[in-house]
Each structure stands twice: as structure tokens, then as C-alpha cells.
Design a protein around this ligand. Structure first.
Ligand code: XUL
Ligand code: MN
Length: 345
């Protein structure tokens, strides 16, 4: 059976800040989060570049690497590994109009500087995975950019990342919208298509996030299957989403249990996780704003538990019955079998 390793990012334990209200839970220092992650049975941690090195914009390249090296020692202390580093190109004023698709050269150069520093940080933390959630790479004002030029510029930025370090793997985490209106690279198909036109397509894969697939009107399990079929599923961000609205990052499976089951099933059937410690089950979930500070890791624990319970169901899936139903086209019978399996009948 596949070995599943669970990871989260420090941002998955947060103050509850959203568009309509400020933080309502106290900020937890990084080391305290790491300690708790280990205690609740997580294996690794995902980082934005500035989760790992908060003041990086004001630090020398050497100081950034030294700071990250100290963080690696802290991770080791708690028996955790770093899964990936993601340049956070959506916070800084210089990336308000996109980073890799910025219109001003100095803004683009800043985005590339952050991407290169992310690679340095990843190396110091012991991982070669760079994740790109292309948050503002698109437009709010449709006429504000030349889309063809910008998509080529995005490809060139990925080339620069690949050329900076021959060991780096780039995982694109596609999302169709939010915070921008229209993404230039909104689905797994877009991401892998773009990857195929880089200098080294073998080093570009995807991380599929359940909520992002739903926001694109797609089925998360099928998006994972698409990437698995092409040997490109290098990460997942499991969570849940009530329809095509804002990105909710709900606890895995709480809204769409059958869809969650099929995500676990496709990962299980294809031995996701067997290709080394960096092929992880990321839980990109956020606690509800109402959640009390003293129990603010529960959404992570619940997501992991729901995954494990669904995994147990997946291991018991009756493939003989499935084959019979497929042969006779009796999908009503198959569907009811799945419902009973999930309902514990
Ligand atoms: C945004 C999202 C991010 C990335 C990491 O929707 O999912 O948390 O996963 O940058
Ligand atoms: Mn994500």
C-alpha cells in the first residue's frame, strides 16, 4: 500500500483574517506551529519563501541562506521535512499587477529575484520542489495586458527558474481566478501545456488543489487522474469547496464526500506517495473564523482523519462487483454500492 505523508503550510493555522474582518485569533510563532504539526502526526511542512525567511526582502542573499539553514535545524529537531518552497508573489506592492506577468520590468525583475531566492531557500531546507501558485498572473482589467505576450513572458520566467538550478522541479498549482479575474494558466491542462514548451518539460509538473479544480468547474479526482496519467502529479492540496464561489479551503471531504472518496481512491490506486518523501498529501485547509484559538488545529486533524477513513473504504472497494456492473452497464447498481460503502451500510 502506498505510504502517505501528510504536510501543511504555516498559513494553514492562521488568525482568521478575511476580506470582511481582521484576525481574531492570536498569531502563533512558527516554531510552536512546527512542534504541534509533529505532535498531531504530520510528516512535513510546506513553505512560502517568506514563511521561511520573513524579512527576506531586506536581507542579503547569503543572510537568506543562513537563516534558512537555521530553520532546517529546527525542522530536524521536530522530525519534519520541508516539502516545497513557493515564492509569495501576491503580497508585495511590486507584484500587484502580477509578478511573472508584470508589465513593468523592475516588477518582473523583483519576481525573478524572489523565485531565485526561493530556490536558495529550498536547497537550504533540503528540497528541490518549487511550487508556483500563479496568484496574480492574469488580469483584473482584460485590456490591461497583452495576453499572448504575457503568457510567453510567464513561460520565460519558468525557463529562468529551471535554468537557475538544474535540480529544481517546478510544480504549478493552477487556479482559474481569485485574486485576479482571469488566470492565464487556470487548469492542469494549461499548466502542463505551458510546461511542455519550457526548456526542460521533464522538470515541470503540477500540484492539484481540490478547491481550485471545483472553481474551474472540474472534478478534482479527474484532474489528479489526468496528471497521474502523464506522470505529472507531484503534489496535491486536498480541501473542500461548496460550489463555484470564493476559495473556501474547507476541511477535506466535509462538503463533497463522494468527490473526496474518489480523490483518495485515485491516489491509492496509483500508488501516489511511493516515489519518495517529497510526494506528499498536502492539506491546504483553513479553520473557520469562528474556531476558538485553543482548538485551531482541528481542521487539519479532521482532514487527515477523513482522508484515512476514506482510504480504508478505498482499500475495501469491491472491484469484482464494479467489473460486473460495468459489463452489464448497471451503473445505478454501482452507484448505490458506492453510496452504501460511504454510508457504512
Ligand atoms: C491559494 C493557495 C495557496 C497555495 C500556496 O489558493 O492554494 O495557499 O497553495 O501558495
Ligand atoms: Mn493550495
Amino acid at each position: 500500500m502506498a505510504t502517505f505523508r501528510f504536510t501543511v503550510g504555516p498559513w494553514n493555522v492562521h488568525e482568521g483574517t478575511e476580506t470582511f474582518g481582521p484576525g481574531i485569533r492570536p498569531t502563533i510563532p512558527l516554531e510552536e506551529k512546527l512542534k504541534t504539526f509533529a505532535e498531531i502526526g504530520l510528516d512535513g511542512v510546506q513553505f512560502h519563501d517568506d514563511d521561511a525567511v520573513p524579512d527576506m526582502n531586506n536581507m542579503s542573499e547569503k543572510a537568506i541562506i543562513d537563516y534558512a539553514t537555521d530553520l532546517k535545524a529546527t525542522l530536524d529537531k521536530y522530525g519534519l521535512f520541508a516539502e516545497f518552497v513557493a515564492p509569495r508573489l501576491w503580497f508585495d506592492a511590486r507584484t500587484n499587477d502580477g509578478g511573472f506577468t508584470a508589465s513593468r520590468k523592475e516588477d518582473y525583475d523583483f519576481a525573478i529575484w524572489r523565485a531565485k531566492r526561493s530556490i536558495d531557500i529550498a536547497k537550504a531546507l533540503g528540497t528541490n520542489k518549487i511550487q508556483l501558485w500563479l496568484a496574480r498572473e492574469g488580469t483584473l482589467c482584460a485590456e490591461g495586458k497583452n495576453p499572448v505576450e504575457k503568457i510567453i513572458q510567464l513561460r520565460d520566467a519558468i525557463n529562468t527558474i529551471l535554468e537557475y538550478d538544474p535540480n529544481v522541479l517546478v510544480l504549478i498549482e493552477p487556479k482559474p481566478n481569485e485574486p485576479i479575474d482571469r488566470s492565464y494558466c487556470g487548469t492542469a491542462g494549461h499548466a502542463l501545456g505551458l510546461g511542455a514548451y519550457t526548456v526542460d518539460p521533464g522538470r515541470v509538473g503540477v500540484c492539484i488543489e481540490s478547491a481550485h479544480s471545483v472553481l474551474a468547474g472540474l472534478d478534482p479526482a479527474n484532474d489528479m487522474a489526468y496528471a497521474l496519467a502523464l506522470d505529472k502529479l507531484w503534489g496535491v492540496h486536498l480541501n473542500d469547496q461548496n460550489g463555484m464561489k470564493y476559495d473556501q479551503d474547507k476541511t477535506f471531504g466535509v462538503d463533497n464526500l463522494r468527490a473526496a472518496f474518489n480523490q483518495v481512491k485515485v491516489l491509492y490506486e496509483n500508488n501516489f506517495g511511493d516515489r519518495g518523501k517529497f510526494e506528499c498529501v498536502g492539506l491546504d485547509v483553513k479553520a473557520m473564523r469562528t474556531q476558538p484559538a485553543e482548538d485551531c488545529y482541528r481542521h487539519i486533524q479532521n482532514s487527515k482523519r477523513i482522508f484515512e477513513l476514506l482510504l480504508e473504504k478505498a482499500t475495501r472497494f469491491d472491484y469484482k462487483l464494479q467489473a460486473e456492473c460495468v459489463k452489464t452497464h448497471n451503473f445505478e447498481r454501482l452507484e448505490m454500492y458506492v453510496m452504501e460503502l460511504l454510508m457504512g451500510v
